[in-house]
Design a protein around this ligand. Structure first.
Ligand SMILES: NC(=O)c1ccc[n+]([C@@H]2O[C@H](COP(=O)([O-])OP(=O)(O)OC[C@H]3O[C@@H](n4cnc5c(N)ncnc54)[C@H](O)[C@@H]3O)[C@@H](O)[C@H]2O)c1
Ligand SMILES: [Zn+2]
Ligand SMILES: [Zn+2]
Length: 384
């Protein structure tokens, strides 16, 4: 089969790979009909994630048709159209039982922080992902969810990560009615967090980025304010000033370790790899939130040390929450939001590309070219 293939930082190609096989009675094989490229894939693409092995296939956002199931799979059957949450979760461990599907203790038994994620390096379990014609889906009674008959597969593929992550970002921020919510990052996750912040009762939503077309997009898509940090002398000062010098009620980091905007962070976090990614957006979030406020972190950082202003966090009495999203926990209510028309995820898709052109697609998404917000890769046997 054809599959995206990692060759090293900034180098991917599409190559033939053996067709995945059922390795465990609870496995399923899914014929992929759509997969997305995520901002999380960019951390891998940029070589920021430890133990990203040459030859691995990325892709944790995919939908497809069940092609084959192991003897213990009862919840889905051959021929079902399924969306596959990005977390690989056993459904049985102490963390899955608390619906912390992003922290499963079984699927990635070598790690103490993150559970397993499709196509996300050996630090996240070493499972191949769905930027391919087929994918092996472990614990197939837990994650894969049959796509409702009336749902567009383009909406469904965004329910595997982006929509739940934007939603969980807003949920973890504990937004109260009327709150001023500041979101760093106008990528797909920040855009969806802005949209979802209103669902939680926000009174004002402000998005900060430095890519003009994305700021323009989020202004329209989420009816919010959006500012370019390069045209602000100091984004933290700007937020204080616009909130009567108190600071935002909540700040959301939807950027993670690839953040721009601070030369020292960029040098130590992205170039020299002396810390687990650049913590610029996290700095701004901690410093721009009001005393006693909440910082919600969905932007991805590596598990080792980062230079963050922990003293400010402590002395301001902040609450900080972060996690990989627990997709399965949120799916029922998000499917409802999509079906009711309160969320229209597919509107953020700007690029639809044959799987064979994945290398170009990565470059375009990484370099923020061609007004790219979200890219869907489509294997040639699937229809556009
Ligand atoms: N927690 C989870 O479960 C989860 C799930 C999906 C994605 N993520 C993470 O969320 C983050 C965003 O994902 P995405 O797909 O939107 O990525 P993306 O790369 O498309 O978007 C990131 C945006 O941040 C902007 N940016 C860079 N530096 C900034 C700064 N200092 N301040 C404000 N904006 C800045 C970039 O210009 C870009 O538009 C990534 O770190 C990704 O790994 C987390
Ligand atoms: Zn993702
Ligand atoms: Zn588990």
């Amino acid at each position: 089969m054809l599959a995206m293939n990692y060759r090293g930082p900034y180098r991917v190609r599409v190559a033939h790979k053996p067709h995945p096989e059922i390795l465990h009675p609870q496995d399923a094989i899914v014929r992929v009909t759509r997969s997305c490229i995520c901002g999380s894939d960019l951390h891998l693409y940029h070589g920021l994630v430890p133990d990203t092995r040459v030859g691995s296939t990325f892709g944790h956002e995919f939908v497809g048709i069940v092609e084959e199931i192991g003897p213990d799979v009862t919840k889905i059957k051959v021929g079902d159209q399924v969306l596959v949450p990005f977390n690989i979760a056993c459904g049985e461990c102490v963390f899955c039982k608390q619906e912390l599907y992003g922290n499963c203790h079984e699927s990635n038994a070598q790690a103490t922080a993150v559970g397993a994620i499709f196509g996300y390096s050996h630090t996240a379990g070493g499972y191949d992902g769905g930027q391919a014609e087929y994918a092996r889906v472990p614990y197939a009674n837990v994650g894969p969810t049959v796509i409702p008959a009336d749902m567009d597969p383009d909406d469904a593929v965004l329910l595997t990560d982006v929509v739940p992550t934007g939603y969980q970002a807003a949920e973890m921020a504990g937004i109260q009615t009327g709150d001023t919510v500041v979101i760093f990052g106008a990528g797909p996750v920040g855009i969806m967090a802005a949209k979802c912040a209103w669902l939680f009762g926000a009174g004002r939503v402000i998005v900060i980025d430095h890519v003009e077309y994305r700021l323009e997009f989020v202004r329209n898509y989420a009816q919010c304010e959006a500012y370019n940090f390069e045209s602000l002398e100091d984004p933290v000062l700007f937020i204080k000033k616009t909130t009567g010098w108190l600071g935002a009620d909540v700040c959301i980091d939807a950027v993670g370790g690839d953040a721009a905007g601070n030369a020292m962070q960029t040098l130590t976090g992205r170039k020299l790899l002396l810390q687990a990614g650049s913590a610029t957006a996290l700095h701004w979030a901690i410093n721009a939130v009001k005393k006693g406020g909440i910082v919600s972190v969905v932007g991805v950082y590596g598990p080792t040390d980062n230079l963050v202003p922990i003293g400010n966090m402590m002395n301001k009495g902040l609450t900080m929450r972060g996690n990989q999203t627990s997709v399965k926990r949120l799916l029922p209510r998000l499917i409802e939001h999509v079906q009711a028309g309160r969320l229209s995820p597919k509107d953020i898709i700007t690029h639809r590309v044959p799987l064979e052109e994945a290398a170009d697609a990565y470059h375009i998404f990484s370099a923020k070219l061609d007004n790219c917000i979200k890219t869907v890769l489509i294997p040639s046997p699937a229809k556009f």
